[in-house]
Ligand binder design. Sequence first.
Ligand SMILES: *[C@@H]1O[C@H](CO)[C@@H](O)[C@H](O)[C@H]1NC(C)=O
Ligand SMILES: *[C@@H]1O[C@H](CO)[C@@H](O)[C@H](O)[C@H]1NC(C)=O
Ligand SMILES: *[C@@H]1O[C@H](CO)[C@@H](O)[C@H](O)[C@H]1NC(C)=O
Ligand SMILES: *[C@@H]1O[C@H](CO)[C@@H](O)[C@H](O)[C@H]1NC(C)=O
Ligand SMILES: *[C@@H]1O[C@H](CO)[C@@H](O)[C@H](O)[C@H]1NC(C)=O
Ligand SMILES: *[C@@H]1O[C@H](CO)[C@@H](O)[C@H](O)[C@H]1NC(C)=O
Ligand SMILES: *[C@@H]1O[C@H](CO)[C@@H](O)[C@H](O)[C@H]1NC(C)=O
Ligand SMILES: *[C@@H]1O[C@H](CO)[C@@H](O)[C@H](O)[C@H]1NC(C)=O
Length: 502
Amino acid sequence: MPCDGSPPLLLLLLFLSVFGASHACLQDPASAYRFTGAVCRLTYPAAVVLNEKTTKVIEAAFQHARYPDVRGEKSLLFIGKVIYGLENLEIHNLSIGRSEFELRPGEGIGMKISNVSAVFRGTIQYGYGGWLVNVTHSIDFEIESQIDLGINPKLYCGGGKVAADTSDCYLNFHKLHLQLQGDKEPNWLKKLVTNFITFTVRVAIKGQICKEINKVANILADFIQDTAEHFLTDGNISVDIGVTASPAITANYIESYHKGLTKYNNTSAVISDSVFHPSQLTENRMLYFWLSDQVFNPMLAAAHQDGRFQLNISGAELTELFKTSLSTAMPEFIRKCLLESGSPELRVWSSSVPHLNTSTIGTTVWVMASGQLHCGSPDTPTLFFETDVAMEVTVSYADKKLFLHGNPTETIVVKAELPLQNQPLLDQTQVEFIREAVEKIGIPKVLSALEIEITRLLDKQGVNLFDIFNPVVLPRDGFVVIEMDFGFPHHLLVEFLRKTLQ
Ligand SMILES: *[C@@H]1O[C@H](CO)[C@@H](O)[C@H](O)[C@H]1NC(C)=O
Ligand SMILES: *[C@@H]1O[C@H](CO)[C@@H](O)[C@H](O)[C@H]1NC(C)=O
Ligand SMILES: *[C@@H]1O[C@H](CO)[C@@H](O)[C@H](O)[C@H]1NC(C)=O
Ligand SMILES: *[C@@H]1O[C@H](CO)[C@@H](O)[C@H](O)[C@H]1NC(C)=O
Ligand SMILES: *[C@@H]1O[C@H](CO)[C@@H](O)[C@H](O)[C@H]1NC(C)=O
Ligand SMILES: *[C@@H]1O[C@H](CO)[C@@H](O)[C@H](O)[C@H]1NC(C)=O
Ligand SMILES: *[C@@H]1O[C@H](CO)[C@@H](O)[C@H](O)[C@H]1NC(C)=O
Ligand SMILES: *[C@@H]1O[C@H](CO)[C@@H](O)[C@H](O)[C@H]1NC(C)=O
């Protein structure tokens, strides 16, 4: 998401907005819900996990801030005009005490980073003298400081994206202790620079650090935006996940609303009667995704049109599959094909647009599947068949793998032909064998191929880099809810900051 947010907030938004895009937001939530295909709810416990990473980002902001040279002048009795400047300000020995945050319902996020202690080092240049005297000196100094930092980002919906305003940023200095290197400097100078630092350095440091936090935030934002744009894109299929309404903030969660429109071959899906309502999600897990059937159906259609639902199985793998015991006897021509042809090949593909419908029992998928069995002749199949298949599918994710559990509810052989023998129809037992083979061999094989493919897609998007705990996919009427807890891998953030801030 292109968010102008504070870094920890952006970490929150990374989850809210594994999503990016365009278009305007609706002010009235109830009407926005109707156009919402995907929802992301991140609860307080998740924000706690992400906030633990805040200190890393704040450290980076302090360490990469470039402090400008500061100049001043003052007239002193007996000495005349003194010109002084602070140069080469650097930060050392940074340590961060703790960071806290709260969700402020309807408003934003309050963040407080307390007890940042740091040593600033630099050089003071000064010159003084009357009309004719002009002496210039330079001394090194060190400032020990203890600072509290507060940021109150406001979330809003800007340019169709979740955006954040971090202009409310403040620093409180608890301690600002100046040490000059060496004691040979005149007392009046010590007093002067101490005052100078007290009044000026605070302003300079505050300005630069708040600016740097904004900069780091923008780098993170760009990164998240890129990630988001690629997350649901594969080949020519993409999903528009622009927001439909401003994110909602309650005391216990942040929720964002997205379109979820599949785009393929210059056409975009349309969602205008979504059944989303916030009461469909609970608040006890860290992260929730709400996904409508209206998101999945256009995705399935695009994948079908893109020729994604095709599977070829040949040789020993095919022979092995047919060792599954079935109650119907294997027709002689299939037995011969598998054992004697040397290079048997089965090609199966979706021959109609797949369609799904989710209810509390599970997701039912309907599709027409066709197949060809080749027994040595690559051009003309020995067997051609077409089946109508319906099955209930439930989904789970464990050990960084996706699992599909399918329960066929209907398998009808619509057509079965032997093109080589010019024989249009098989006898009843042969048709029953095909039906049983599709149900007990074909469907499990296709689901296992899909499991591998979807896991590969998720891994490609980096899902496997996160520590996901006990994810559950709950089928509901017309939508699914995916809920999970997670740990944010420390190395991911460190790696990101190291790469981008070098
Ligand atoms: C900063 O850290 C260095 C090394 O850890 C230490 O020698 C030095 O005393 C520290 N300076 C201050 C002002 O704490
Ligand atoms: C702040 O940090 C210093 C050392 O880093 C520690 O001695 C002090 O107790 C801390 N104060 C608070 C209020 O946490
Ligand atoms: C002192 O001399 C330096 C150069 O030597 C000059 O830049 C500066 O303006 C002078 N300051 C005064 C107060 O004349
Ligand atoms: C995307 O579509 C274009 C034109 O239809 C085609 O040339 C290209 O190969 C497709 N790319 C992928 C990755 O499928
Ligand atoms: C893309 O759409 C055009 C018409 O808009 C159609 O002719 C073509 O077959 C479609 N291509 C695919 C791969 O669906
Ligand atoms: C999509 O439409 C644009 C212009 O409307 C055209 O240039 C482009 O070739 C089309 N792409 C496909 C894949 O049909
Ligand atoms: C299956 O085999 C046919 C014929 O060789 C080929 O056109 C098709 O691309 C193959 N499909 C896959 C998914 O490998
Ligand atoms: C989907 O299932 C619901 C019941 O859960 C039913 O009311 C609805 O008509 C079904 N829709 C389709 C398109 O089959």
